[in-house]
Design a protein around this ligand. Structure first.
Ligand SMILES: Nc1nc2c([nH]c(=O)n2[C@@H]2O[C@H](COP(=O)(O)OP(=O)(O)OP(=O)(O)O)[C@@H](O)[C@H]2O)c(=O)[nH]1
Length: 150
């Protein structure tokens, strides 16, 4: 979904694209990255699975839809984690990162995208610019059981 931003630091002429992003974390601490398919901006870059909110969708509903479409999984446990904004040439995005700790089904690249379970330091490259800080948060969280809400 694209909405007019009310955030003060967003340049006035920019629309904000809201994006729900899933950080699927397994019991061993590994997390899932997906490679953006050909034809999208930043094709070939690695990111966390997710996509844009549609209509009046909530973050949770958009994430459930996107993870089902992209990976074929059904979310069972999901918690909002952090919010990050990034100004790309193609869009100003507001990313709602959610930690997904339980799901049904084995993630599969249903849109032909490559998938990789990773730990810090990640072995795949390049990652999307706005994905880099998330890797730092995951590393910071690794020694703590605290989940910060934005
Ligand atoms: N899914 C996802 N998107 C991200 C991440 N980091 C990041 O900057 N983005 C940006 O958020 C936006 C998500 O758009 P998308 O193209 O994946 O969404 P979508 O599946 O709804 O796309 P569509 O237009 O093909 O339907 C892109 O501008 C992408 O660059 C991330 O970790 N995961």
């Amino acid at each position: 979904m694209v909405t007019q931003s009310q955030a003060k630091h967003v340049p006035q002429e920019r629309l904000v694209t809201q994006v729900a992003v899933g950080v699927l974390v397994r019991a061993d601490g590994s997390f899932l990255l997906a490679q953006r398919p050909a034809g999208k901006p930043y094709a070939g870059y690695w990111e966390f699975p997710g996509g844009k909110l549609e209509g009046n969708e909530s973050v949770e509903a958009a994430l459930a839809r996107e993870l089902h479409e992209e990976l074929g999984v059904t979310i069972e446990t999901c918690q909002r984690w952090r919010v990050l904004e990034h100004d790309y040439p193609h869009a100003y995005v507001r990313l709602f990162f959610c930690k997904v700790t339980a799901w049904r089904g084995e993630p599969t690249g249903r849109e032909g995208q490559a998938l990789a379970w990773q730990k810090i330091p990640v072995e795949v490259a390049p990652v999307l610019p706005a994905t880099v800080p998330v890797l730092d948060w995951l590393q910071a969280d690794a020694g703590s059981s605290t989940v910060l809400l934005d």
